[in-house]
Design a binder for this molecule. Structure first.
Ligand code: SF4
Length: 420
C-alpha cells in the first residue's frame, strides 16, 4: 500500500511538471513516504532526515514527510529536524502541490494531517512498472487489534466507489497491464459506498475486464474471510490461487490478547476449506513473535501452525510497542533475547518448509509472468508464478510483460529457477 501511495505522490508531482531524478543530491524536492507499523522504520526516518541535512544546505531542497509516521509523529518530526519543510498525513497527498507552492511564504514546517472520512480519488499515478498494477479499493481499518497502530494512522475504513475501481482496471488493461493487485488494509470488508456491493460482487464485476489475466488481493482478515470469497476464488479463472491470510499467532490465548476475533481452530477451518476448493493454493501469512504474555507453549503452537499449513511464504516480526495501542497496557513483556531466539527458530522452520516444497516443484512446468531483466545477467529474467513465487530464468528473447511456460530446474528456499 505504501508503494502505491508513493506512486500516487509521484503522479501528483509529475502532473505539476516535476521530473524524477536518480540521486537525492540532485533533487529539488525530496518526499519520504513512511510506514509506522513497526518501530524500526520510524527510527530509520529520523536517521535518514539527519543524513539529508547536507542536501538541504547544499541546494535548499524542499523536504517533506508523508504517510503514517507523518500522521502519528508530526510534531516530533518538525521539532527534531529543522530541515523538514512539510509533514502530510496519508489522507492528504492531494494537497502536496499547494503546500509546496506556499513554502516560500512560510518559514516554519507546514503540518497538514486532517482526517478525511470520505474516499478521495488521486490521479494520475506514476506507476513503477507497466505489467502489474496496484489498485486501491479501501483504506483504513476498524478492527483495532491490540498491537496495531494502523487504525490510528490511517483512520477508519473508507471504501472506493466501484465505478472508479472498474475504470482504473480498464485503463490498466488498455495500457497493457496483465495483472492487478487489489489493495486495502482489510479488502474483505469492502462495500461500495453507493450500492453497498460487497467484496465478492467487486471480484465478479472486475473479472470480465479483458486484458487482465491475473487478479490478486491483499490483505484479508480471517474474520471477514467468508466461504463465498473462497467459492468465488475457486470458480473465477482469473483470480490467482494465492492468498495472504495473516494468523499472527497459533495460540488461542495470544490471539485473544491481540483482539484478533478468531480462534486457531476457526482460522485452520478456513485454510482447510481453501485447500479443499483449491488444492494448488499458495498461502502466506504474518506472524508476530514475543507478544506480551507469549509463553514457550504459545510459541510452540505457532510453530505447529506453520507445520500444518505449509505456507509458501511468511512475514515474521518481533513484537514492538506502538503508540496508542491497547497492548501497551500488557506489562508481561517477553525479554528481547527470547523474542530474537523465537524469531530465528520460526524463520528456520519456515526456511526448511519452503525448501522442501520448492524442491518438489523441480521438473514441473508452470506459467510465469515475466517482470523484467535481472540486474545480474543480460539474458536473465525474473517473474512470478500464480503462487506469487519469484522464478528466475534465462531467455534468448526479451519476454518482459509476457506469460511464459517454464520448467523448474532448481530452487532455493526463497525462489525457483526455471528454463523456457
Ligand atoms: S486488522 Fe488488525 S492488524 Fe490489520 S490493519 Fe486492522 S488493526 Fe491492524
Amino acid at each position: 500500500m505504501n508503494e502505491n501511495e508513493s506512486e500516487q505522490t509521484a503522479g501528483i508531482l509529475r502532473s505539476q511538471g516535476a521530473q524524477p531524478c536518480s540521486h537525492a543530491e540532485d533533487s529539488d524536492i525530496i518526499i519520504i513516504n513512511t510506514c509506522a507499523v513497526r518501530e524500526k522504520p520510524v527510527e530509520k526516518l529520523f536517521s535518514l532526515l539527519g543524513r539529508l541535512q547536507h542536501i538541504k544546505k547544499k541546494n535548499n531542497a524542499c523536504i517533506g514527510v508523508t504517510g503514517c509516521v507523518a500522521q502519528l509523529f508530526k510534531n516530533e518530526i518538525s521539532q527534531r529536524n529543522q530541515s523538514v519543510d512539510f509533514v502530510v498525513g496519508p489522507d492528504n497527498l492531494w494537497k502536496i502541490p499547494e503546500i509546496i507552492s506556499s513554502l516560500s511564504q512560510s518559514s516554519s514546517c507546514i503540518i497538514h494531517t486532517p482526517r478525511n472520512r470520505q474516499w478521495r480519488e488521486i490521479e494520475p499515478i506514476a506507476r513503477k512498472n507497466h505489467i502489474s498494477g496496484y489498485v486501491s479499493v479501501m483504506k483504513g481499518c476498524n478492527h483495532f487489534c491490540t498491537y496495531c497502530v494502523v487504525p490510528f494512522a490511517k483512520g477508519r475504513e473508507k471504501y472506493r466507489p466501484l465505478p472508479y475501481i472498474k475504470a482504473e482496471i480498464k485503463d490498466l488493461a488498455e495500457k497493457g497491464f496483465k495483472e492487478i493487485h487489489l489493495l486495502g488494509q482489510n479488502v474483505n470488508s469492502y462495500q461500495d459506498p453507493e450500492s453497498g456491493k460487497d467484496f465478492v460482487s467487486l471480484l465478479k464485476e472486475i473479472s470480465p475486464i479483458k486484458g487482465i489475466e491475473w487478479i490478486r488481493f491483499i490483505t484479508s482478515h480471517p474474520k471477514n474471510f467468508t466461504s463465498d470469497i473462497i467459492k468465488t476464488m475457486a470458480e473465477t479463472e482469473k483470480i490467482c490461487h494465492q492468498l495472504h491470510l495473516p494468523i499472527q499467532s497459533g495460540s488461542d490465548a495470544i490471539l485473544r490478547y491481540m483482539g484478533r476475533g478468531y480462534t486457531r481452530q476457526q482460522y485452520l477451518e478456513k485454510i482447510g476449506l481453501l485447500k479443499e476448493n483449491m488444492p494448488d493454493i499458495s498461502l502466506s501469512t504474518d506472524i508476530i513473535v514475543g507478544f506480551p504474555k507469549e509463553t514457550e507453549k504459545d510459541f510452540s503452537e505457532t510453530l505447529s501452525v506453520l507445520k500444518q499449513v505449509q505456507y509458501t511464504n511468511i512475514f515474521s516480526f518481533r513484537y514492538s510497542k506502538r503508540p496508542h495501542t491497547a497492548a501497551l497496557k500488557y506489562t508481561e513483556e517477553v525479554p528481547f533475547e527470547i523474542k530474537k531466539q523465537r524469531l530465528i527458530q520460526l524463520q528456520e522452520l519456515q526456511r526448511r518448509i519452503q525448501l522442501k516444497a520448492n524442491q518438489s516443484l523441480i521438473g514441473t512446468q508452470m506459467k510465469v509472468l515475466c517482470m523484467g531483466k535481472s540486474t545480474k545477467n543480460q539474458n536473465s529474467y525474473f517473474g512470478r508464478n500464480e503462487g506469487f513465487q519469484v522464478v528466475n530464468f534465462e531467455s534468448a528473447s526479451d519476454v518482459t510483460g509476457k506469460f511464459v511456460t517454464l520448467e523448474i530446474t532448481d530452487c532455493g528456499p526463497y525462489s525457483l529457477i526455471g528454463r523456457t
